[in-house]
Design a binder for this molecule. Structure first.
Ligand code: KG4
Ligand code: ZN
Length: 344
């Protein structure tokens, strides 16, 4: 095991993630989620998330150090997500990281959450090194972004992102419309098992020729959510039982279709035969299935890190900082702050 020993702190949404890596080797990855506290609201409540981070941070740091078998003084650096994400949630992590780095007199690295998701790939056990360039599709409850990665530490370009809801958010909102619990993704995945994906043709956002000119790599899911709501309203008005399985399967198909079509369009347009997937929505069975099948037909290789590294975690943040350190990047000064809209 070689490389810098880095502790990474991730608090951009509802997961308090603390990860420790030695270079490209994962030593620990503890995750405390406040998801249960958000369940009754049907989505993440920023203030609740920030407060939960405050409570979870110290025990999570202790647990990660114990799991990794290292002491604070052994660390070479501390890393933290400075954005994008929920402002209050980020602020708790950034404050904690600064305090920790100063108290142990170690360098501090502020990193971008989206680039962190790409860095998760590095920690995949027994994986070949990531080849460049690669297209990355990141889909979670907080983001839906398509990126062109020419070099992880120096050259990542945002090609497009959602103009309204994130894909995971759409799953959560549609689950609510179908009276399924939060988080909605796994529930819809389950409900869709017995459904016909072709039963209802729901709209594919920003996919018309007139939209593609300006939004070729952007996503939109709010129109789809509204279409599902209208469909359910019509069933209610006509006194018909909502065919939950068919609605779930058809909705999921619309989301998956648009995600995979746009990701593969980027691969083709830019001549990049590699696609990396990340974010919690990658847990979706149909998304993985369709992405793998259509990518193979298009001659594109797909990489999917283990799910524990796809969802928000501190190890990916530590891994990115370890790469930055190895590439000679200087640490951040303490003047940086949480930036909810931090660009890549
Ligand atoms: O990356 P992640 O764990 O955290 C944040 O976004 O903070 O992603 C969570 C999101 C939720 O919106 C959840 O509904 C969605 O990922 N998700 C899924 C599935 N499992 C989780 N969406 C679709 N299908 C799934 N199987
Ligand atoms: Zn994320």
């Amino acid at each position: 095991m070689t490389g810098p020993l880095v502790l990474g702190i991730e608090t951009s949404c509802d997961e308090t993630g603390i990860g420790i890596v030695r270079g490209r080797t994962l030593l620990s990855n503890t995750i405390a989620s406040s998801m249960d506290e958000h369940a009754r609201y049907g989505g993440v409540v920023p203030e609740v998330a920030a407060r939960a981070h405050l409570e979870a941070l110290q025990p999570s740091i202790d647990a990660a150090l114990t799991e990794a078998g290292v002491a604070l003084d052994d660390l070479d650096a501390v890393a933290v997500t400075s954005g994008p994400g929920l402002a209050g949630a980020l602020m708790v992590g950034v404050g904690a990281a600064k305090g920790l780095a100063v108290s142990i007199d170690k360098p501090l690295y502020a990193v971008n959450h989206l680039v962190g998701h790409i860095a998760a790939d590095i920690l995949t056990p027994d994986a070949e090194p990531l080849e460049y360039p690669t297209i990355a599709l990141l889909v979670s409850g907080g983001h839906t972004s398509l990126l062109h990665v020419r070099d992880l530490t120096t050259d990542v370009e945002l090609l497009g992102e959602t103009v309204d809801d994130a894909a995971g958010e759409a799953f959560d909102k549609v689950a609510r419309l179908l009276s399924l619990p939060y988080p909605g993704g796994p529930e819809i995945d389950r409900a869709a098992l017995d459904g016909d994906p072709k039963a209802i043709r729901f709209p594919r956002g920003l996919s018309k020729a007139s939209d593609l000119a300006k939004h070729r790599y952007d996503f939109s899911f709010s129109g789809l959510k509204t279409a599902v709501a209208r469909w359910i309203e019509r069933c209610d008005a006509e006194g018909i039982d909502v065919p939950v399985a068919d609605v779930a399967a058809s909705f999921r198909e619309a989301v998956v279709d648009v995600l995979v079509t746009k990701a593969l369009a980027a691969c083709e347009d830019l001549g990049v035969p590699r696609l990396l997937l990340g974010g919690g929505v990658i847990a979706n069975r149909r998304l993985r299935e369709v992405a793998l099948a259509r990518a193979e037909a298009a001659g594109v290789t797909v990489r999917i890190p283990p799910l524990s590294l796809c969802t928000d975690n501190g190890a990916m943040i530590a891994a990115l900082a370890a790469e930055l350190i190895s590439s000679g990047r200087r640490p951040s000064t303490l003047s940086f702050g949480a930036d909810s809209t931090l660009p890549v």
